[in-house]
Design a protein around this ligand. Structure first.
Ligand SMILES: *Cc1c(COP(=O)(O)O)cnc(C)c1O
Length: 383
């Protein structure tokens, strides 16, 4: 193996998750697979064709750069939607390639209309409205002006979508705020409609909203985290499962991270292991080195705390996570040899290291840990 570790993407787990999301949102609601953040670390180039095999034909990205990657990776001419950053200079490219994009401020709207005029092709726009998150979107006070521009330029755009985003649907503590956002969305949607402006689809829900607030599903759900086999929050899982007869977790993690033992060594009682005086052997010990460190995305805050699986057994990381390697105590599995598989995330035998156990130790959310997985670790699709 050329690389020190690899990320393995499970086809069957992914298919199962997609089927599950579809079963929740129903047949009349479309699924857009959110693949920003390098498909939550899983790899845009791997996930796009896999998702297409599994029946997905709509992808949401954050930036034009991610849209370019998705466009290259698509095998079925799926719809690609930019939810965030696109430079004005890229709008022509987007229009020419049927890339759809959020419009949440006037400069982008006017430039998109101008570019559409120039290239003789309609811009496919999704108007994002501000409903209470206070991040991006046209707010109520600007709707009059928005309506005017939209009405005067109908030949230059396709009103592909009307959308908003919720401010924390994964926590019940935001209940009143989310409910109010839904109200504002419907009010502004009707206002636009009265003025003859009807979007092809309305879409507002992320994973958590789709699960906890069914009325937010509308025509399309933009789901990220669920497709990769994670719940937006423990609360969302509990809320959902409490209403199901079968209490088993219907989602399966898609990603595993594996490396190999690089070397093993015996250490005598009283000797220090690794840099400085961070770790002292209290007994005669056996250790293994693994060629993964913080340069490969294995957080340094897992020093002294992280666990890995070797030969089906959970073993402790000892000392500090180094830049390119970590040290594991293998005193209890002394037969471990160079080349043995090391699981950093995922299953081995009956044991599992989950991303969330990992993130509890290191104080990172699932979302953050996943997206920090470096792009240069190879992603390999398996069963
Ligand atoms: C990230 C994102 C989503 C998906 O969120 P999940 O919690 O992963 O489902 C949906 N909509 C927007 C605007 C987003 O930025």
């Amino acid at each position: 193996m050329l690389n020190t570790s690899a990320l393995y993407i499970s086809r069957s787990a992914y298919q199962k998750n997609i089927n599950y999301i579809k079963s929740i949102i129903g047949e009349t609601t479309k699924l857009s697979a959110v693949i920003k953040g390098n498909a939550y670390g899983h790899g845009i180039e791997v996930i796009v064709p896999l998702a297409e095999e599994c029946g997905v034909d709509h992808f949401s990205v954050f930036s034009a750069q991610e849209a370019r990657r998705a466009l290259k990776a698509t095998t079925k001419n799926s719809t690609i939607l930019i939810m965030g950053w696109i430079d004005n200079a890229e709008l022509e490219w987007a229009i020419m390639n049927d890339i759809e994009f959020f419009v949440f401020e006037f400069d982008r709207l006017k430039t998109a209309i101008y570019e559409a005029k120039q290239c003789g092709k309609k811009a496919k726009i999704h108007i994002e409205i501000e409903t209470g998150m206070n991040r991006t979107g046209f707010s109520e006070k600007n709707i009059g002006k928005l309506i005017q521009i939209l009405q005067n330029n109908k030949e230059y755009y396709e009103f592909s979508g009307l959308c908003t985003h919720y401010a924390g649907a994964e926590s019940i503590s935001n209940y009143a705020r989310i409910k109010s956002q839904i109200k504002v969305f419907n009010k502004l949607r009707k206002w636009l409609k009265r003025n003859g402006l009807i979007a092809k689809i309305n879409h507002t829900a992320c994973s958590a909203a789709a699960i906890s607030y069914p009325e937010t599903r509308m025509d399309m759900v933009r789901s990220g985290i669920l497709q990769y086999g994670f719940w937006p929050s423990p609360e969302t899982f509990i809320h959902h499962i409490s209403k199901q007869e079968n209490k088993e977790d219907p989602l399966t993690r898609v990603l595993a991270w594996r490396s190999r033992v690089m070397d093993t060594k015996d250490v005598k009682t009283g000797e220090f292991i690794g840099y400085g005086t961070n770790y002292i052997a209290r007994d005669n010990m056996k250790i293994a080195t693994v060629p993964v460190g913080y340069a490969m995305g294995y957080s340094r805050s897992l020093s002294h705390q992280g666990r890995v699986l070797i030969n089906g057994q959970r073993q402790d990381i000892i000392g500090i996570v180094n830049m390119s390697l970590l040290i594991v105590k293998i005193t209890e599995i002394p037969d471990t040899q160079k080349g043995d598989e090391v699981v950093l995330i995922g299953k081995q035998g009956d044991s599992e290291i989950t991303v969330s156990s990992f993130s509890e130790f290191s104080d990172q959310l699932n979302y953050e840990l996943l997206t920090r997985l470096p792009t240069d670790i190879p992603r390999i699709i398996e069963f």
